[in-house]
Design a protein around this ligand. Structure first.
Ligand SMILES: C[S@@+](CC[C@H](N)C(=O)[O-])C[C@H]1O[C@@H](n2cnc3c(N)ncnc32)[C@H](O)[C@@H]1O
Length: 235
């Protein structure tokens, strides 16, 4: 997995959020956070594990809402950013950040209620084994996103230096079944390329987003969406 190495370098880590989620990219950050909150629901009573938590965008968000949460990532520099974010938000005492490999999770079976991973499966060379590990340590729910092969992303995907695996619906459905998961719901979004958003100031990006959402509501737009959010139940 090239992504395992890519997110270890200081340059990549320090620019991770500004490159992706500043200016119009904030709309992508907002959408992803809504996807996580909608899927997981109220977190107050839940034990949650975030796989590949990176700079802690979601870990902090869920800790602020009362989750008992562990953020696991293989990159010490990404975890350092995550810890700093949690301190700034005043929720560092509610989060345990763990350095570890998603392929071998250091937790017993059914230890968490919910296990989720965002922007991780495109880096996975063996998605079935990662999903099986997520399923093993979750008693109830597994949630993740994928980038889709039939989207505009396929035109530039090969250029991405960290490597990027694209998926099809039937492949994800096979992966879920293989891991013993049943699909509760799926959402598909972003017909227009992600890259356009972060190059635009907020007001122009908001117009673009409106167009994107309108396209996504058509059957063709839904079919061509570049991101899917998969919400699955254990068993
Ligand atoms: C694109 S970043 C996503 C970070 C965060 N989930 C987000 O959406 O902002 C991918 C993350 O996956 C982590 N990663 C890659 N391979 C991993 C592995 N085998 N186990 C745990 N984390 C891994 C990287 O270190 C990086 O932080």
């Amino acid at each position: 997995m090239k992504g395992k190495q890519w997110y270890q370098t200081t340059d990549v880590v320090e620019t991770y959020e500004t490159k992706r989620f500043s200016q119009g990219g904030q709309l992508i950050d907002d959408r992803e956070k809504r996807a996580v909150l909608d899927a997981i629901g109220p977190v107050g009573e839940k034990r949650v594990l975030e796989i590949a938590c990176g700079t802690g965008r979601f870990t902090t968000l869920l800790a602020e809402r009362g989750a008992d949460i562990v953020g696991l990532d293989i990159s010490s520099p990404m975890l350092r950013e995550g810890r700093a974010k949690a301190v700034r938000a005043g929720v560092d005492s509610n989060i345990e950040f763990v350095r570890g490999d998603a392929a071998r999770l250091p937790f017993p079976d059914d230890f968490f209620d919910t296990v989720f991973a965002m922007r991780f499966f495109h880096l996975a060379d063996r998605p079935a084994s990662f999903l099986a590990e997520m399923c093993r340590v979750s008693a109830e729910q597994v949630f993740f996103d994928t980038f889709n092969g039939r989207s505009t992303r396929s035109a530039y995907n090969w250029l991405l230096p960290m490597g990027s695996r694209l998926y099809g619906d039937s492949e994800v459905e096979r992966l879920l079944a293989g891991a013993g998961l049943s699909l509760a719901s799926a959402e598909h979004d972003f017909v227009l390329p992600y890259g356009l958003y972060r190059k635009l100031p907020n007001d122009l990006a908001a117009d673009l987003r409106e167009l994107d959402v309108a396209l996504g509501e058509t059957p063709v737009g839904d079919f061509l969406a570049s991101v899917s959010y998969w919400n699955a139940r254990v068993g």
